[in-house]
Design a protein around this ligand. Structure first.
Ligand code: ACO
Length: 312
């Protein structure tokens, strides 16, 4: 059984927060943020919009694009570290909103690698023949756990959601290989504190990510016997353009073959990869039969990579 992506969708809030505006909030500059991270602006959800709302919008589009009806979804997996509440899960909330009455539902927590964990968990259920269609969403309202007085972190994050519908695809297509990993000993470098704020040792996370993202990207294509330059499109977690370029360079591909939504959306944690994927599909950057690599890392520490032969 080959399991692939039948449809994608994403949602971003309307409100734009620019680097210039951040200059008024903390001791930073547009130049510092752009050159160190690649970020120019990010989206911030309003008070009334919570993670489940953004997840719902993205998921609805993914279902439409996949041409799969809500009743045919067997399982909903929502990757998030910013659920509306610890329970009920965001997955249960969108199960009701979407009227996926036949679906089991749960949230997955693996920080920025969460979507990769969700994607592979969903794939396993379909591959074993247990389920036919799985909805996987990555959503974050990071603005609600951001310390807006901490320049080390507040310039990095943004809100948004991305979603995919997984199902059976034809021979040779779909998810070809994957890698998931974790190193709990690095948890101290990136976590949510007792005040519900993101605390990050940027240098340590940078060192880990700049090693792990290229390594995992190469592992998933090595497993398939592919070489440098064989990847048609790379969708890395959008944390820092320098980390993303490290992965791209290890794969030996040019800049135009990498999704870079970081410029306008910043780091959306679990939502970054499915948002970038959905935009890349919409803009025609990913074509039928392309070898696509998705790769992410995050708090935990966690990481994950997937190689997909695009198409149904
Ligand atoms: N504006 C101006 N100066 C700043 C800012 C800012 N917004 N933030 C930090 N600085 C200062 C620091 O205080 C430091 O000053 P010091 O030398 O006097 O102490 C100086 O800039 C340089 O800091 P570095 O940490 O060396 O800067 P670096 O080039 O490493 O960039 C960054 C920092 C962008 C955070 C980088 O380390 C990084 O991207 N790390 C990875 C972060 C990441 O990916 N996090 C997301 C993980 S995903 C998740 O699960 C949420």
């Amino acid at each position: 059984m080959n399991v692939g992506i039948l449809g994608t969708g994403h949602y971003v809030p309307e409100k734009v927060l620019t680097n210039k505006e951040l200059e008024q909030m903390v001791d930073t500059t547009d130049e510092w943020i752009r050159t160190r991270t690649g970020i120019e602006e990010r989206r911030i959800a309003s008070e009334e919009i919570d993670s489940s709302d953004m997840a719902y919008f993205a998921a609805k589009t993914a279902l439409e694009n996949a041409q799969v009806s809500a009743n045919d979804i067997d399982l909903i997996l929502v990757a998030t570290v910013t659920p509306d509440t610890p329970f009920p899960s965001v997955a249960c909330k969108i199960q009701e909103k979407l009227q996926c009455t036949n679906a089991a539902a749960m949230d997955v927590s693996a920080a920025c690698a969460g979507f990769m964990y969700g994607l592979i968990t969903g794939q396993q259920f379909i591959q074993t023949g247990t389920y036919q269609h799985v909805l996987v969403v990555g959503v974050e309202k990071l603005s609600k756990i951001t310390d807006w007085s901490d320049r080390n972190t507040c310039v990095l994050f943004g809100d948004g959601a991305g979603a995919v519908v997984l199902g059976e695809v034809s021979d040779g297509k779909g998810i070809l290989s994957f890698e998931l990993g974790a190193d709990g000993s690095g948890g101290k470098h990136l976590y949510q504190d007792e005040n519900d704020h993101i605390i990050m040792n940027g240098r340590e996370v940078f060192k880990f990510a700049v090693r792990q993202m290229p390594e995992s990207s190469v592992h998933v294509i090595d497993k398939l016997g592919y070489n440098k330059g064989d990847v048609d499109y790379l969708i890395p977690h959008q944390a820092n353009i320098r980390i993303m370029n490290a992965a791209r360079e290890r794969l030996g591909i040019s800049e135009d073959k990498m999704a870079t939504t970081i410029k306008k959306y910043g780091n959306n944690s679990s939502a970054s990869i499915p948002m970038a994927l959905s935009e890349s599909v919409n803009t025609g950057k990913i074509k039928d039969d392309d070898l696509v690599v998705l790769v992410g890392f995050g708090g935990g520490l966690t990481w994950g990579a997937v190689a997909i032969r695009w198409g149904k």
